[in-house]
Design a protein around this ligand. Structure first.
Ligand SMILES: Cc1cc2nc3c(=O)[nH]c(=O)nc-3n(C[C@H](O)[C@H](O)[C@H](O)COP(=O)(O)OP(=O)(O)OC[C@H]3O[C@@H](n4cnc5c(N)ncnc54)[C@H](O)[C@@H]3O)c2cc1C
Length: 311
């Protein structure tokens, strides 16, 4: 990679891929949301926001993503905001990195499921760059981040020609697909305050250490009120075109005490909701069986944590 010219803040980059082909694009660093949106609107689809760059930069290097201009949004102050207000909830600016999220005391105290999922994303080096908004925009079907957000009823704040608030369950429409238009920016995420003392568990199965692809993931959360667990939430990843909530299992856990029989039925409902496919990493039957193992383990972990035991 080399910088060819400097003209104010405009730099031109060249990447050459393994075949030696040069891919040229402009690089603009902006400090203001409107400036970023104006650039995106100037050539929708040919201008791309750059956050942590962990997905975008490799795509540019290989020429997989032909772009004319990359807009670096990391310097936009409202996108860096990370704030908790008890009456409103948690605001996560889109360019907050996973490292910053993990260091925030209120996140650690009030959103244990977010913390457990974020800790299992990639390596410390990647978490130091990758952003909470970038992971949402990538919208991977195997994302470890989306199930944890779905369990918080997170809402995406989007700015473009107009301002929109989109519940995360609608924001992601499939593997790598979002409702974001090419000239819109994800500005941040709103997470309501938990309805009680949240207890959570994120269970993840991957091929082995070093693999970034999750084979199956299960996020489980419940809220403790006077020693009782209420408001159970469950989301699965990597067993469908996008991560999703399992409302049938949630309804059961919210109606009945989580006895062994109820947990077994919740497991069956989660397996029924899963729609895994065969690929070279794992077969659909294996993935469905693992949904059962991880959901059971997740529920039992939540119950053990409420009792104060360390599972
Ligand atoms: C080595 C490695 C290991 C990984 N392991 C895991 C793992 O274990 N689990 C897991 O879930 N994920 C994993 N990931 C994926 C990782 O979570 C994402 O790559 C990362 O979160 C993307 O964020 P970013 O800030 O780097 O996005 P970028 O690469 O900057 O952007 C990604 C895409 O989103 C767009 N974009 C970014 N921000 C915005 C915005 N605010 N508004 C509009 N568009 C935007 C960009 O234009 C680009 O198209 C891994 C990635 C790597 C490189």
């Amino acid at each position: 990679m080399c910088i060819l010219k400097e003209d104010g803040r405009l730099l031109e980059f060249h990447f050459s891929d393994e075949a030696g082909c040069l891919h040229t694009f402009d690089y603009v660093r902006v400090r203001d949301v409107n400036e970023a949106i104006a650039l995106l609107q100037a050539a929708p689809g040919e201008v791309r926001p750059l956050a942590g760059g962990t997905e975008l930069v490799p795509a540019l290097q290989t020429g997989r993503l032909p772009v004319r201009c990359v807009v670096d949004i990391k310097g936009i102050a409202p996108l860096q905001e990370l704030a908790y207000r008890p009456d409103e909830g948690l605001y996560l600016g889109a360019v907050v990195t996973f490292d910053r999220l993990l260091a925030q005391p209120e996140v650690r105290r009030l959103y244990p499921l977010l913390v457990e999922a974020a800790r299992q994303i990639a390596s410390p080096a990647v978490r130091n760059r990758a952003t909470v908004g970038g992971a949402v925009c990538v919208a991977a079907a195997y994302s470890d981040w989306l199930p944890a957000l779905l369990c918080q009823d997170a809402v995406g704040l989007v700015m473009g020609a107009a301002e929109r608030r989109i519940p995360l369950a609608e924001f992601v429409c499939g593997d790598g697909c979002t409702r974001l238009a090419a000239d819109e920016l994800l500005v941040g995420l709103w997470l309501p305050s938990p309805s009680g003392a949240a207890v959570g568990s994120y269970q993840k199965l991957r091929l082995g250490h070093g693999s970034r692809i999750t084979l199956v993931g299960a996020a489980i959360q419940a809220h403790a009120h006077d020693g009782q667990l209420q408001d159970w939430r469950m989301a699965l990843t990597a067993v469908g075109p996008k991560p999703f909530r399992v409302s049938a299992a949630e309804a059961l856990l919210n109606q009945e005490n989580p006895t062994a029989a109820v947990i077994a039925e919740a497991v069956l409902r989660a397996q029924a909701a899963a729609a895994p496919t065969d690929d070279f990493r794992a077969g659909a039957d294996y993935r469905r069986a693992m949904v059962g193992v991880l959901v059971r383990r997740g529920i039992e972990t939540v119950l053990a944590r409420v009792r104060g035991a360390k599972p």
